[in-house]
Design a binder for this molecule. Structure first.
Ligand code: NOJ
Length: 560
């Protein structure tokens, strides 16, 4: 396996709107981020992934971009951004920017031109089609509810938007569009950034003809994902992007790819294929969803989680590379979803962190995860801001008369705003996030859960993360060891080994509030053992052939 700096790195994701406000307007900003860089450096992270900071009307909090080469007013100026990059580099960290090029904002100058007339030079930058029998060109549903098509009066045609109607899809079949994107990428790379996280990048190649999706239940709109995820020209486009742009810089790339399988991920991340370094796959965050999608809640089974992670770990081993995450700005908080955010919040957050940071791949920490921030339950839908959540609520409650309380329960479990409440810096008003009125309410548990308290407490989740990150720097086995699951059938314990040269890491995790018995399989033998980290006080000399685990206990041993 080739040694690479991005395999040895730990990434920290910043969602700028919710991170730190410096000017009292209630919205996080770039100067706010700069003021917290020492906090991140102390944590030990290597790379910051910054969610979009470009000019945007904020229909989808910056994922709808109206100028790729300028900074959003609420966040600051280009001079602020230049200062941010310099301050990050000064501290020996790197910066990865978000690349959102499946779609633009409808307020982007290209789209403003495109909608003017059928023969406008920018018409073909987007995907326009005439209606079919007075209806939309096909039956695809938008990822944010309703049709994926919007009718435009001016020319009497529809444009495609896989997300909100203010996010028209770019037409990647048009070579001019691709060239514009590559030029824009070079603009940022030449400023000295260190990589890109690529938003829904496996959506850019659509099946020609944009056929109707099968609709056995006769629904109004259905997911057309099979016709735009991992489409026919996707590898060609990514290889072209790599040839024209990425290969000329020493940068890291991660493609966000809903619906990607291990077999496809081998093609996207294969070391000899020149596409991207790693992908964000979704399999493990779909395990608690039913057949009707993310709002259709299902309990998570540990066996499914083990099977899924093991498939990805073994599948990409020696071929490509995994990215490791349990939450981000689109997912609920990890401790609320996979752990226990009540009695065992601290223990389970540490256990989940151990799980992720000891796997093979590059770990991503989402802001607030390192202090164990939790999901939130606002009483009223009016306190929610996310377009996906609000559109879904409107469709289910206002249009389809579903029980509002049931819909709220789904939002409490899965809504994206769980991850977007302001960062909890201290126990002062608004958690120290802003001196003004925050754009979204703060989670009321900030007096208990905040960074100040975590930094002061040597036993906090925060200090546990620091230690995990240091282990990665200290022991190459954490980065380069091969993975094997043990006790695959166990319903509460997830245990695995990592093997490198003559050493083994043994990772033992209790995913439950019970006290199951761990039995070491006979084939794992060793002459010495060293306890590298644990989330309870453990006597390192204690025998490990058989013992009882405490609730959400985690231990990592180095065996020789
Ligand atoms: C994925 C992003 O992570 C999400 O926040 C956004 O809404 C969609 N892509 C559309 O850009």
């Amino acid at each position: 396996m080739k040694k690479q700096w991005w395999k040895e790195s730990v990434v920290y994701q910043i969602y700028p709107r919710s991170f730190k406000d410096s000017n009292g307007d209630g919205i996080g900003d770039i100067q706010g981020i700069i003021s917290k860089l020492d906090y991140l450096k102390d944590l030990g992270i290597d790379v910051i992934w910054l969610s979009p900071v470009y000019k945007s009307p904020n229909d989808d909090n910056g994922y709808d971009i109206s100028d790729y080469r300028d900074i959003m007013d609420e966040f600051g100026t280009m001079a602020d951004w230049e200062e941010l990059l310099a301050e990050i580099h000064k501290r020996g960290m790197k910066l990865m920017m978000d690349l959102v090029v499946n779609h633009t904002s409808d307020e982007h100058p290209w789209f403003i031109e495109s909608r003017k007339s059928k023969d406008n030079p920018y018409r073909d930058y987007y995907i326009w089609r005439p209606g079919k029998e007075g209806k939309e060109p096909n039956n695809w549903e938008s990822c944010f509810s309703g049709s994926a098509w919007e009718y435009d009066e001016t020319t009497g045609e529809y444009y495609l938007h896989l997300f909100s109607k203010k996010q028209p899809d770019l037409n990647w079949e048009n070579p001019k569009v691709r060239q514009e994107v590559y030029d824009m990428m070079k603009f940022w790379l030449d400023k000295g950034i260190d990589g890109f996280r690529m938003d829904v990048i496996n959506f850019i190649s659509k099946v020609p003809g944009l056929p109707d999706a099968p609709n056995p239940e006769g629904k109004k709109y259905v997911s057309g994902s099979r016709f735009f995820m991992n489409g026919p020209r996707i590898h060609e486009f990514l290889q072209e992007m790599n040839r024209e742009v990425l290969s000329k810089y020493d940068v890291m790339t991660v493609g966000e790819m809903p619906g990607v399988t291990v077999e496809e991920a081998k093609l996207y991340t294969g070391e000899d294929r020149n596409e991207v370094n790693m992908v964000f796959q979704f399999e493990h965050v779909d395990l608690d969803s039913g057949p009707n999608g993310k709002w259709d809640l299902r309990p998570l089974k540990l066996r499914d989680l083990k099977e899924s992670f093991t498939k990805w770990q073994k599948g990409l081993e020696g071929v490509g590379w995994n990215s490791l995450y349990l939450n981000n700005h689109d997912q609920p908080r990890m401790v609320s979803r996979f752990g226990n955010d009540q009695e065992y919040r601290v223990e389970s957050a540490k256990m989940l962190a151990t799980f992720l940071h000891m796997l093979q791949g590059t770990p991503y920490i989402y802001q607030g995860e390192e202090i164990g921030m939790t999901n939130v339950r606002f009483d009223s839908i009016d306190d929610y801001k996310d377009i996906e959540t609000l559109n879904m609520y409107r469709e289910k409650v206002m249009e389809n008369d579903e029980d509002p309380q049931k819909v709220m329960e789904a939002i409490y479990a899965k809504g994206r705003d769980n991850a977007r409440t302001p960062f909890q810096w201290d126990d002062s008003e608004n958690a120290g996030f802003t001196t003004g009125t925050p754009w979204m309410k703060v989670n009321p548990n900030y007096k208990e859960i905040n960074a100040k308290k975590a930094v002061e407490d040597p036993n906090s989740i925060y200090h546990y993360y620091r230690k995990l990150i240091q282990l990665r720097k200290q022991y190459p086995i954490v980065v380069y060891g091969s993975y094997d699951i043990i006790l695959p059938e166990h319903e509460q314990i997830y245990a695995y080994t990592r093997t490198h040269k003559n050493e083994k890491l043994l990772v033992i995790l209790n995913f439950s509030a019970d006290q199951p018995i761990f039995e070491l399989p006979k084939e794992i033998t060793f002459t010495t053992k060293e306890l590298l980290i644990s989330n309870y006080d453990v006597n390192g000399e204690e025998a490990i052939e058989i013992f009882t685990l405490k609730p959400y206990e985690a231990r990592v041993y180095l065996l020789k």
